[in-house]
Design a protein around this ligand. Structure first.
Ligand code: GTP
Ligand code: MG
Length: 357
């Protein structure tokens, strides 16, 4: 009776955890891919310096935060250290022309976008069977900082955090719910959902809240802020590991089951805001309410169906692109995943069903 049920549950969890590790490992980028990407970054940096000698080209997003899958895009950010510099849109135009002349990349400058960027891509070749896609933006210092924050969270508990995040990224891509342009959530949004769950939902927590830990020594306003945003967080992960140990011993499989259950059943989509900085907040208190009765809020309502607060840009809803239909689809997928796992199939079967395209 009870004992048999218990040991069946144990088997399911151990089996599924192992299968998740194995599944994720084969999707990691190869050493060769990482080298090629770093070479591309250096080449582009060299070219940009012919226009702006005092510039640096830095990697952010998944190539820099520890959550990268094979063939993921490259996100690059150009920082210019001199006082006098061209506007982002002029730079985008000039850089676009230069790269068109000097490289084999397909180049698409978007100088008038809300955030001006140059889009690049390289066709597949024998050494690079899937090609490369890359965006270059300018002065996006907040993105560099949130990349560093996510990287620190990945480093605290690499096995559980990275396995969960990478699995959910694959799952959300295969189930077609990872596309802000089509009304669903970005990868960045899913990573924030996982971290929020590990800090604020799991009890005891799997991760500490790096933004709320006391600093080791007093720091000035200047050192903690970028414009109006407080970007401070505890980033001495070596020290943190000596001083903080999670007392949560759940396996990756248990965390995944709980993650799907939480977001299919418990998270309050109507009134809640998931904030890794501050825990569960209310839409009301942020002015993100989706008040159906008032026509004036029509726009805001569409933008705030699903609310995930950016860790630093706290007035920015990372899930703003999620539409009514998109949210319905995402929640449907959380429920589907919960249903599949509740039947406790063999791990291999579970993973292939979960990620069925
Ligand atoms: P893949 O490209 O799918 O591998 O995932 P990724 O981790 O690179 O995530 P994504 O491409 O969604 O975002 C890349 C980076 O851009 C993130 O790590 C953030 O630094 C930044 N970013 C993306 N979306 C937003 C957003 O809505 N707000 C802010 N502030 N930054 C964002
Ligand atoms: Mg990316």
């Amino acid at each position: 009776g009870d004992r048999r049920h218990h040991s069946k549950q144990r088997f399911f969890v151990v089996d599924l955890s192992q299968a998740l590790f194995d599944f994720v490992i084969q999707l990691l980028p190869t050493a060769e891919e990482m080298t090629v990407k770093e070479d591309v970054r250096k080449l582009l940096e060299r070219l940009i310096r012919t226009i702006e000698p005092d510039s640096r080209l830095l990697s952010f997003g998944s190539t820099a935060n520890g959550f990268s899958l094979r063939n993921s895009d490259m996100d690059l950010c150009c920082l210019i250290d001199s006082e006098e510099r061209l506007s982002a849109s002029d730079l985008v135009t000039m850089l676009g022309d230069l790269l068109e002349r000097e490289t084999k990349f397909h180049v698409k400058p978007l100088p008038h976008a809300r955030i001006p960027i140059v889009k690049l891509s390289l066709d597949p070749s024998p050494g690079l069977p899937l090609g490369i896609a890359c965006d270059i933006g300018f002065e996006n210092r907040l993105a560099l900082e949130n990349t560093r924050l996510l990287m620190c969270y990945a480093m605290i508990d690499p096995t559980r955090v990275r396995t969960l995040v990478l699995f959910l990224k694959v799952w959300s891509k295969r189930r077609k719910i990872n596309s802000p342009y089509q009304g669903t959530l970005s990868s960045y949004g899913y990573v924030l959902l996982v971290i929020y769950f590990l800090i604020h939902v799991k009890n005891p927590p799997v991760l500490p809240n790096l933004q709320q830990m006391p600093p080791l020594r007093p720091i000035s306003q200047e050192d903690t802020h970028m414009g109006d945003y407080n970007t401070w967080f505890f980033d001495d992960i070596e020290l943190l590991r000596q001083r903080w140990q999670s007392s949560n011993t759940d396996s990756v499989a248990e965390l995944l089951v709980d993650f799907f259950r939480y977001y299919s059943r418990d998270f309050s989509y109507n009134n809640g805001v998931a904030s890794i900085r501050a825990g569960l907040l209310k839409k009301d208190s942020k002015g993100w309410q989706n008040d159906l009765s008032n026509g004036r809020y029509n726009d805001a309502r569409e933008r705030n169906r699903f609310c995930v607060e950016d860790p630093f840009e706290t007035d920015f809803n990372v899930a703003r692109c999620v539409t009514k239909e998109g949210l319905y689809k995402i929640r449907g997928e959380f429920m589907r995943a919960s249903r599949i796992l509740a039947l406790r199939p063999r791990a291999i079967v579970a993973l292939s069903q979960l990620c069925e395209e």
